[in-house]
Design a protein around this ligand. Sequence first.
Ligand SMILES: [Zn+2]
Length: 50
Amino acid sequence: MRELVSLCKCCKKDVYCIDGFFNGVHTEEKEIYCFECYEKLMKENENPQS
Ligand SMILES: [Zn+2]
């Protein structure tokens, strides 16, 4: 079963819930990202500019 949950806040791609598994990331700020954008976000956090 595939259920559209929301859009990725970053790339606007559809984020689905597939067989009860949420195919994305729900942040504490109640924002939804696909895995790709979330990984990018994490990498940016690991390597802060300055
Ligand atoms: Zn995305």
